[in-house]
Design a protein around this ligand. Sequence first.
Ligand code: PBG
Length: 338
Amino acid sequence: MIDDGAVPRVTPAGLLHRPRRLRQTAAMRRLVAEHRLHPAELVLPMFVREGATEPTQITSMPGVVQHTTDSLVAAAREAVAAGVGGLMLFGVPTHRDAIGSGATDPDGILNVALRAVRDAVGDDTVLMADLCLDEFTDHGHCGVLDAQGRVDNDATLGRYAEMALAQVGAGAHVVGLSGMMDGQVGWVRSALDEAGLTDAVVLAYAAKYASGFYGPFREAVESTLQGDRATYQQDPANATEALRELRLDLDEGADIVMVKPGLPYLDVLAAVAAESDVPVAAYQVSGEYAMIEAAAAHGWIDRERVMMEALTSLRRAGAQIILTYHAVEAARALSRPA
Ligand code: PBG
């Protein structure tokens, strides 16, 4: 009881601290927000299909298409105009073989697309290339196979080195090593350096899990994979192992490290961010996107609200860079006056 002489007021004992004070208006909440998103840290993954004459919708990823080279260039310009920080390109070839020849062919679809986008947008954005063989192999694995049909780690490294040279030669600023082969970062780094490509940035998928959340992506790239990637991608049960992968990638010279998928692995992301002295990225993968789109299409969630909440959660957990299929839309939402 406080007696101020006039109106008796009751102050509950011990309620000196009232966190709600800082939540009372939108302006107050904005002032004290601990994390905020910015378009510049969003990266848009994009698909380009060899021989396509018009963009094709990916059924399980509403709003995402397989581009023609021309529509890719147009969409890349739009993304840059919207302020996104980077583009990550994936190629869908018409022809696949055992060693993924299309990945290293300068006329392979991904390399052609990189050249076209780099010609169009130059250094106005950061152009990234997926460095993995799975889209280009007829068996759909991320590496070449040995005589027993197992993924041959060391033989794959040579293919990755060639692929890196082809991608950087075609205009990629960043190569995104997503294959989860042991030693891939060091191997690609030295191949680039020996070729004088010391400026090429290596983004390492340090912790990439063998995840069911990649389902829609498999449709997007028309994956031919039989079986799974459990002998090279990480077991979803493991977190400490991600720190080992991180340490190896840092020791091998990774410039940026990534955790993937995003939302189901926020603990891993936070642990990696706490240890890493290079920028940390998170990939909000196709299944995460599809879940938001599907629930929103049913009217079960507020699409834009959940989109921003998911991205903010990745930021809060420690991602400085976020790969998301919502990049352009989120960038536009962030650029709207409050
Ligand atoms: C491999 C690769 C995959 C994804 C990105 N790079 C698929 C896989 O590992 O099976 C998945 C991305 C997504 O689901 O959005 N090249």
